[in-house]
Structures are given as C-alpha cells and as structure tokens.
Design a protein around this ligand. Structure first.
Ligand code: TRP
Ligand code: SF4
Length: 347
C-alpha cells in the first residue's frame, strides 16, 4: 500500500484566526494522526510573492504562525513543521516545472485571477512573474514531499488542480516519478467575518485571532453586525441576517443555539446579552489554545527548536525527491564528472 503523506501550510503574513481554525487547522489536527507522514510548511517564500516589499512582516510572523500551530494542537512528534525558504530544492523544482505550464494557463487559474484583482494596488502596472507563477512553486512544495493529501480551503482547489496537471505532464515526459496529490476540504468551509463579509481576513479587520485576549474577543463580538432592522429590544429579529447568531452556531451548544433563534424571532432577547453570551463561549472555546500559546511565549527556544529540527528533517526528504527528479530529467551529467574526481583522488 502506498504511503499517505499529508502536506499543507500557510503564508506567514499575520497571526492565524478562527477562520483558519475552522477552515483548515481543525482538520489538520485530526488528520495528523491518520496519515503516515505529515508536513506543515511556513510558506515564507510564497508570502513574499505579494509582500516582496515588506520582508520584515514576513520574517516577524514566522514564529507567530508556528506558535499558532502548536497552540491548536499540531503535535511536532506527528507533524514536521518546516520553513519553506530553507528547502532550496523547492526553488529548483519550481524552475524545472515552469516549463510544464503555460502563461495562459496560469492567467486562467481562478485563484490567481481573483487574487490579482484583489491586489490592484500592488500590481497596478502588471502582475509580477513570481506571483503569476506561485501555483508552480506550490506544486513544487507538494511534490518535493511526495504528498498525496493536501488539506486546504476551498479557494485553494484550483492550485491543487494545477499541481496535478504539472505532475501528469512531468510523468508523461520524464517517466513516472511524481504522484498526483488530492485536495481535502474541511467540513466547515469558509467562515464569514464579524462584519458579515464573506471572508474573514486580517486586512478586513473582521477577524478573531486564536491569540486574542479575553478583552479583545469581547470588544470584537460587541461590534459584530446584527439584524439591522432590530432597533428596540422587543422588536422581532431575524437571526438569519445576524452575525452573532451565525457565530452562536459555531461556538454554542445546540440548546443555546435554538434558544437564541427562538427568543430573537419573538423579540424576547436583547442583542447586548446575546453578544455577551457569545463572547463568553468564544473565550471558553479558545481558552486551551490561549493557555498553550502563553506557555510557548514563555519558552520561545522550544518553538525555535521545533521549527529548526522540522526544517532539517524536511530538507533531507526533499533531497531524495530532487535526486530522482534530476535523474529523470537527465540533469545527471554531473554524476559522471564526479567519477573523474573520484579517480583523481584515488591516484
Ligand atoms: N497557498 C497557501 C495559502 O495561502 C499556502 C501554501 C503554500 C500551501 N504552499 C502550500 C498550502 C502547499 C498547501 C500546500 O494558505
Ligand atoms: Fe442577533 Fe442575538 Fe440580536 Fe437576535 S438577539 S439580532 S441573534 S444579537
């Protein structure tokens, strides 16, 4: 039976929030126990594709993201957490794979297309070669580890499809060396922001971070968007248009949720009390993560050691793939030259 190898990761551009948790972290924590090998990358090189002018930001968020992983329950004995920029094999593979994908195909990639549109300010003149090509480097991330399972958010599906195409093309030309990965989606997909925006995001200012303090959580929940037609406390409400009700469904138990809905519809529930109850439930939900994070913040050397050792381990694995790929692509002439060197040293 072939090995189940899972690989996924995040760009270190900020701390992770509850959208990341429900969209993918929760699933990773579960899956790390179900696969033969598990790799989680901190994608600092990929982060530069849209933050090339802000290297400090990327650098400063590497450790934050690792702490977020550890605090939600990624177990370094199960998962290898590594730093992308140290795996030079990935950069090499990216160059090799760049011949196997056309510019038109990259331009058609729905994820890339949407992101370019969102980043008008950054790419006002024209999109960079690096950004347009990031699906190619993501294919390198995945295949360098021979990964078969890639748990990602829905928005990343076109990137996995693009990776599969590259793999098929590679194998058809150079021989069966690479394996096609499969995307795995979380059961909860994308979660909305506190303001009702379809997406929770750093730049949108509508996120609750896994590391937020109790006060921050309360303050944010108090500012969440509720049914706009509800002005007085006894107005009948519509929980379907209220973000507070939406989050109750994620963080409160069934009994509480049905009570929220019922009382809201009858106009028997105050929004302030409703929000306080939600804030408390979120605070309790995140408490173990906050506590674990506090531990790691006091033991940064442990965090760094985990990332360091993970990176060394990951590097060794990528080197094996690299050798196979170069041989298949007949980029192996240097091996002949090395024989000459050997015979000299024997004289
Ligand atoms: N593109 C992913 C994101 O923005 C991060 C990432 C980089 C990734 N390399 C990957 C995800 C490989 C899965 C597999 O979140
Ligand atoms: Fe939303 Fe609760 Fe107010 Fe209803 S009572 S509108 S569910 S905050």
């Amino acid at each position: 039976m072939s090995k189940k190898i899972m690989l996924t990761g995040d760009r270190p551009t900020g701390r992770l929030h509850i959208g990341h948790y429900f969209g993918s972290l929760k699933n990773r924590v579960k899956m790390q126990h179900e696969v033969d090998e598990c790799y989680i990358l901190v994608a600092d090189v990929q982060a530069l594709t849209d933050n090339f002018n802000n290297p400090e930001k990327v650098r400063n968020n590497v450790r934050e993201v690792v702490m977020d992983y550890l605090s939600v329950g990624i177990d370094p004995n199960k998962a290898t957490i590594y730093l992308q920029s140290e795996i030079s094999e990935v950069a090499e593979l990216t160059v090799f794979y760049s011949n196997l994908v056309t510019v038109a195909r990259l331009e058609r990639n729905p994820t890339v297309k949407t992101e370019i549109a969102q980043k008008r300010e950054l790419f006002s003149e024209s999109v960079t070669y690096g950004f347009l090509g990031y699906p190619v480097s993501q294919a390198a991330d995945i295949t360098a580890f021979d990964a078969t399972i890639v748990p990602v958010g829905e928005d990343q599906l076109p990137l996995i499809e693009q990776c599969r195409e590259i793999v098929r093309k590679f194998n058809s030309i150079y021989g069966e060396v690479l394996r096609e990965p499969e995307a795995v989606l979380s059961s909860t997909k994308r979660i909305k922001g506190l303001d009702g925006n379809e997406k929770m995001g750093k730049s949108l200012g509508n996120a609750i971070y896994l590391s937020d303090s109790e006060e921050e959580i309360t303050k944010k929940v108090m500012g969440a968007v509720t049914d706009p037609n509800r002005i007085r406390k006894d107005d009948k409400g519509n929980p379907d248009v209220c973000m507070v009700a939406y989050y109750h469904n994620l963080f409160s138990n069934e009994e509480e949720c049905s009570k929220v809905c019922e009382e809201c519809k009858l106009g028997e529930r105050g929004c302030v009390a409703c929000k306080k109850q939600l804030a408390n439930n979120i605070i309790e939900f995140l408490r173990p993560m906050r506590e674990k994070r506090a531990y790691y913040e006091e033991h940064l050397e442990e965090v760094d050691k985990i990332l360091y050792e993970g990176t060394l381990k990951a590097k060794a694995k990528a080197e094996v793939t690299m050798r196979k790929v170069k041989e298949a692509m007949r980029l192996d002439y240097f091996n002949e030259l090395k024989k000459i060197d050997d015979s000299f040293s024997r004289q």
